[in-house]
Write a protein that binds this ligand. Structure first.
Ligand code: NAD
Length: 490
């Protein structure tokens, strides 16, 4: 069995705005429970939930226990531990837009001896600024940390506006912008793979890498959140943050140190080196799609309640990084809803061997590929060519060197949720896995002209069948470079 060392954290007060919402119920409360059962929540710590509904702390604790039963696996749900955990939870009724509703929170925080105070904004982005203003007005922000969920802005202008509103109260070193992909075990393993091994670094450049694919495919559609999603779309929801962050971590130069600013400086350089995609070129190198209905599953236009919607539920694009390391190695990014399988992965395809000594054999030599899988079955697979065993001739086959974490980590291993690490990093004061404001802006700077080109073209998104691999245009995007997408298979 693998033993993991739990690094203690200081006692904390974690104030969560929007505690009755979907994210808090499905993720934040369950992941805090997991950290509790692993002994990482110090005794006097408090999790203080706020929302508009009027109920007591006891009612809230009962609700939280029910939410845990739903979200936590049977194996890990222990009623006695759950009871102890919910005793750390407190509830305060608070409408953030009302000046009167803040007294109780002030009272609770006034005499706290807990060393760390963090405010987690698990609410709609329109509430970010009003909450921060109140925290400033009431002098609660002092020495605290602020956690902001995505999306951070809608475009460059709105991201800058939000930055200046939040910046009036918090300085950058106290702001934790969540991109939960960065908390995923495999993403951190990508750092270990690249920077704790000598093997890959000499190959990690355009001389040896033919191209890189980054895919995040979902099987679900917008599931009743159509009206909300219609103002966002896949580019803003997935590409601007998750996919570009994965691209940065794959492409960046080795930072001098695994620390927040060193890492983020290197990621920023990648974003700034992205070849801009504007006008005609943006249309040629990007594809957007919208899913159609399938038996028992409505199409996007029905779900969004907007029959003229041009919001994309799928994006594929070809990006180029203008650097010595990557010039000549395209990055193909793809994300979409209602696709064939639930898959998130990075595929590094190496260049082919220069010459085959094997002549006419049954199996062609396929280029080596390193698949870094975030979902499902987090792990790494390195595909290499080997000889088919046995004396019956010489045939080659593609064999994965499999490092699926679950299989290699013992029966008791539970894949940690990305939010577990991220929340504990907030308490520790470690910003390495959070996006800095200049990264967010650089990402919008690259995204905005593409969205502008789409808008100006007036061309609607291409339809695609639900549970397919996406629109035909996405296949065409890569086939015209004599390459093909890796199949979307879980
Ligand atoms: P939600 O709509 O389910 O919940 C919003 C919460 O805000 C509720 O608790 C509600 O009571 C509270 N609220 C609304 N108006 C309020 C007011 N005036 N005063 C006080 N509280 C108020 O939203 P969600 O899905 O939980 O998302 C929360 C945030 O997390 C959003 O920024 C979203 O973009 C982000 N996010 C959510 C998910 C997810 O899986 N749900 C994933 C990534 C990011």
């Amino acid at each position: 069995m693998m033993t993991s060392k739990i690094i203690p954290v200081d006692p904390f007060d974690l104030v969560i705005f929007g505690i009755t919402g979907d994210l808090a119920r499905r993720k934040l409360i369950p992941v805090l429970y997991y950290r509790f059962i692993d002994g990482q929540i110090p005794k006097s710590s408090r999790i203080i939930g706020l929302a508009r509904s009027a109920f007591s702390t006891q009612q809230f604790r009962n609700q939280a226990r029910e939410a845990l039963k739903q979200a936590v696996s049977e194996k890990h749900f222990d009623p006695a531990l759950a009871k102890r955990f919910v005793s750390c939870l407190h509830y305060i009724k608070n409408d953030v837009n009302s000046d009167e509703d803040w007294g109780e929170l002030q009272k609770m925080l006034k005499d706290s001896d807990n060393k760390v105070l963090a405010f987690y904004l698990s609410v709609a982005p329109v509430l970010f600024s009003p909450i921060v203003k109140q925290l400033g007005r009431l002098n609660l922000a002092k020495n605290s940390r602020l956690v902001v969920e995505k999306p951070f802005g809608h475009d460059l202008a709105s991201a800058r506006k939000l930055k200046s509103q939040i910046g009036a109260v918090y300085n950058e070193h106290a702001i934790y912008r969540i991109d939960h992909y960065l908390g995923k075990e495999t993403v951190q393993n990508l750092m270990a793979l690249r920077f704790a091994n000598k093997l890959f670094e000499p190959l990690w450049n355009t001389n040896h890498v033919d191209h890189i694919q980054i895919t995040a495919a979902e099987t679900l559609g917008v599931e009743g959140r159509g009206e909300y999603y219609d103002n966002i779309g896949a580019m803003r929801d997935m590409v601007q943050n998750h996919l570009l962050q994965l691209l940065c971590l794959t492409a960046m130069e080795p930072p001098y140190k695994f620390d927040a600013d060193a890492m983020r400086d290197e990621k920023l350089k990648v974003l700034r080196a992205l070849q801009p995609l504007t006008g005609e070129e943006a249309l040629r190198k990007t594809v957007r799609g919208q899913y159609l209905a399938a038996p028992g599953a409505p199409g996007y236009l029905e779900e969004s309640h907007n029959k003229d919607s041009q919001t994309e539920t799928f994006v594929a694009l070809k990006a180029q990084i203008n650097s010595w390391r990557w010039a000549g190695t395209p990055f193909y990014l793809r994300t979409g809803k209602r696709l064939r399988s639930q898959v998130a992965e990075i595929v590094i395809t190496f260049r082919s061997t220069p010459h085959s000594i094997f002549g006419e054999i049954d199996t062609p030599i396929r280029p080596n590929a390193l698949v870094i899988r975030l979902q499902p079955d987090e792990g790494l697979n390195l595909f290499i060519m080997t000889k088919d065993p046995g004396p019956g001739g010489f045939r080659l086959r593609e064999t994965p060197l499999d490092m699926t974490f679950a299989g290699n980590s013992g029966d008791d291993w539970r894949p940690p949720d990305a939010y577990e690490r991220l929340i504990m990093d907030i308490i520790r004061g470690n910003q390495t896995l959070f996006m800095r404001d200049d990264e967010v802006e650089a990402a919008w700077e690259w995204i905005d002209p593409i969205m502008m080109a789409w808008k100006n073209s007036g061309v609607p998104p291409e339809s695609y069948d639900s549970y397919s691999s996406g629109p035909a245009g996405a296949v065409e995007l890569i086939v015209r470079d004599n390459r093909r997408w890796r199949d979307i298979v879980a």
